[in-house]
Write a new protein. Structure first.
Length: 131
């Protein structure tokens, strides 16, 4: 798909990656956006952790909670973000997320600029080897 094409994806559609108790579904990434941004959904099963604390040296992270409550670490502060919560995490800021509830939780993620999706195959492999 090229950058100038319209993208229409229904719920659950996109490039899906299983990462332990997490599922990432990429809706648009560098190929469709000329590396300007990528858009993905991140879903966590009940009582599960996300990727662990990390930072991006070249990307802002934007999260918008779609369902449930996500616990999001920003620097050294955890917040409980329920449905409808918007969080912007600037470049070089330590962050992670978790689902500390008994219900599935999900959020929309926007990476600016795009390119993060290049890491997905190696992340899938890591989770398969380290369950």
């Amino acid at each position: 798909m090229k950058q100038n094409q319209t993208i229409i994806l229904r719920a659950g559609q996109g490039r899906s990656y299983k990462l332990g108790a997490m599922t990432a579904i990429f809706k648009a990434d560098e190929k469709e956006t000329d590396e300007k941004y990528s858009v993905s959904e991140w879903w966590l099963e009940p009582n599960s952790n996300g990727p662990g604390p990390h930072q991006h040296d070249d990307q802002d992270q934007i999260f918008y909670v779609l369902e449930g409550t996500m616990s999001i670490l920003v620097a050294d502060n955890w917040i409980d973000a329920d449905k409808g919560t918007f969080v912007r995490i600037p470049t070089n800021t330590i962050h992670t997320f978790a689902n500390r509830t008994d219900k599935k939780a999900g959020m929309l993620n926007l990476d600016v600029p795009g390119g993060f999706e290049k890491n997905m195959p190696s992340m899938v492999k890591w989770f398969e080897e380290n369950e």
